[in-house]
Design a protein around this ligand. Sequence first.
Ligand SMILES: [Zn+2]
Length: 337
Amino acid sequence: MGKGGAAVKLYEVRLVLKSPAIITRRRTERGYIRPPEYIPGSTLRGAVVTALFRAGPLGEEDLSREASQPSILASAAFPLAGGHRTLPATPFMARCKLCGHTQDLTESAARALEGGHNPEFPGFCPRCLSRGLVSPLESMHGELVYLDGDEYKTFRPRTFRATSVGISKTRGSAVREMLFEYEAIAEGSEFWARLAVADGIELPGRLEVTLGRGSSRGFGWAELSLTQVQARPAPDRGVFIALSPLLPEKAWEWGGSRVEVERAFGRTFRVQLGWDIRKGAPRPFATLVKPGAVALVSQSCEPAALRAGLPVALNGDIITGLNALVPVDEYYRLLRG
Ligand SMILES: [Zn+2]
């Protein structure tokens, strides 16, 4: 994608779950973590590619090429809260436990970083201090936030937990080892995301996809509506916010696009990067920074690919669904829009 400056289109996606979706719990070294409150970009990308193959625009050859040369990339899909886009909070947003006030120092941190200074993190609640109370603030990094007027609110999609028994196809009986617990995102939940699509692939305005596990049992049916949006040019050097997990590497490159990270802020987590279908083996573990990470970067990227996240080659695997970046002013436009 983006080779030789080929045009890449940017789409905003709205997704409505028509049935509950089981987003697979991800493996960590200590066990499983509960499903994220967003749909990973790699899951959304896989669903769109499969649906386009079923509907016709992609053929067999396109499908096998997608594994090594993705022409469709997706940011993570974050929930819509009553029509408001939610975005992952940055490490410079913090909440007061006493009065509930949210202090957001992201924009001043961005100015400091771009000027070569150290950013300031939220410390004590300014509202409580003015009333003579010293209340430490709690980091909100990675929580999903939206703006209700000028007030920050946090949001979590409605989920429920259930236990399922695997049925052996040959014996027709419940297989004890296959008893598993899952968490599902409720039907009716809405999400938004961005897709970068190589020129030459025409996306329909609407697309029905299946997400996550259990689609043969009716889980994970979703309807997508796709609107092409303008990918504005982004600054060559500046502070960006990640709309997906971020790979904490110094630089990454893909199809003529390049990102160099000077500084990055955010909490890390270690996770297994899914299952490699071609090799029939689990992918390796990687350390990632939570969505909402703030990074000072130099970039020369195709604007749409930057927003959906450049793929990364890791131990011979092509990993997608990471490194979606937006400039700080665009983050706030999305939050207010
Ligand atoms: Zn307070």
